[in-house]
Design a protein around this ligand. Structure first.
Ligand SMILES: Cc1cc2nc3c(=O)[nH]c(=O)nc-3n(C[C@H](O)[C@H](O)[C@H](O)COP(=O)(O)OP(=O)(O)OC[C@H]3O[C@@H](n4cnc5c(N)ncnc54)[C@H](O)[C@@H]3O)c2cc1C
Length: 305
């Protein structure tokens, strides 16, 4: 059986990425988790989500970009997405990855690129979420986020924290002082025990503790998880503390626990679905398999359907 670490390792293999991206059959398998290869397909998926009571966040798949020209194309893609959100009237914001904008090439370039997208979103009254990547980039991501936030408003740009990292509670308290809007997730990368809790129960415990600090802050945050235990803990805490359903949102990934997404929306909770699209879907798709290796059988079964 392929383990989580092995799948995360495979997600970083460039040769496999090239192979998989050009192999039509493999591409077909991804449709459960990827909303399409282009913006029109993503808009169609978001219209459908909106009709089911969920808002969305666009994610153009293309991480670890290696040339400045490619980062420019990413900025243009996001500016186009923001314009298309306005034109189409769909309910969606955008999520970006700083490596997509050049964080591993030149930090100043990444800052300028991300700043352009945030400025456009702010002008349109929309919102940019800066995703969190591997722990080697946590500090750089937080620093760049703070720099952008200093120029824009609380409702223009937000960040993500991962409960598997030991540092996350300190980061949450620090960011709340600014203040900042945070998406809390467990964390999707393969991290060593020097920086991250190796045991799932500790990741979950930290998730609940950080969630309580976030919800008590009075700032609008995103509780991103498909884990019913985390969701129940959030609902219980909010009810006990008389925190209204409008004061925060749940977030889930496209195609994962669609039943729970709809149920929470029906129950009056705010539900945002993260909608990845684009041709460079390979590393994202492999991380989803890594989270739940049973997904391998799920996608393979679809081959015969
Ligand atoms: C909106 C959103 C944004 C995210 N942004 C980031 C980010 O910026 N940085 C980052 O590192 N991570 C991000 N993640 C991923 C996150 O860190 C986790 O890897 C992922 O959400 C799985 O954790 P979980 O909370 O669902 O709990 P888990 O304990 O992993 O799973 C709980 C249950 O959820 C279901 N489930 C979880 N994953 C899957 C799956 N792939 N397929 C099918 N069922 C599944 C299963 O029923 C499982 O038992 C994001 C997740 C969401 C929902």
């Amino acid at each position: 059986m392929l383990t989580r670490s092995a799948l995360i390792y495979l997600s970083r293999q460039e040769r496999l990425k090239e192979f998989a991206t050009h192999f039509k059959l493999f591409k077909k398998l991804t449709t459960r988790f990827i909303a399409g290869e282009n913006i029109n397909e993503a808009i169609a998926a978001i219209r459908d989500l909106n009709a089911r009571g969920c808002s969305a966040s666009f994610d153009h798949l293309n991480e670890s970009v290696t040339s400045p020209a490619e980062t420019e194309a990413e900025v243009r893609e996001y500016l186009d997405v923001l314009a298309r959100i306005d034109e189409s009237g769909i309910d969606s914001n955008v999520s970006i990855k700083l490596t997509q904008f050049g964080l591993e090439i030149d930090r100043e370039l990444a800052y300028q690129n991300a700043r352009r997208v945030v400025a456009d979103a702010a002008r349109r009254g929309n919102f940019v979420r800066i995703d969190m990547e591997g722990s080697n980039l946590t500090q750089a991501t937080i620093d760049l986020f703070k720099r952008i936030l200093a120029e824009f408003g609380l409702n223009d740009v937000g960040i993500v924290l991962q409960s598997y990292l030991y540092r996350t509670m300190d980061d949450a308290r620090d960011l709340l002082k600014i203040p900042a809007r945070i998406r809390l997730c467990k964390g999707a990368y393969d991290e060593p025990p020097e920086v991250a809790f190796p045991e799932k129960r500790d990741v979950d415990k930290n998730y609940v503790e950080v969630m309580k600090v976030l919800l008590s802050s009075g700032i609008y945050h995103g509780i991103a998880t498909h884990d019913p235990k985390m969701i129940d803990a959030t609902i219980d805490f909010a009810q006990r503390e008389a925190i209204s359903k409008e004061a925060f949102e749940f977030q889930m990934l496209y195609g994962i626990r669609r039943d729970l997404q709809e149920q929470l929306a029906k129950d009056g909770y705010r539900m945002r679905v993260y909608v990845p699209y684009g041709e460079r879907w390979y590393p994202y798709f492999m991380r989803r398999l890594a989270e739940r290796p049973a997904n391998i059988w799920f996608v393979l079964k679809n081959l015969w359907k």
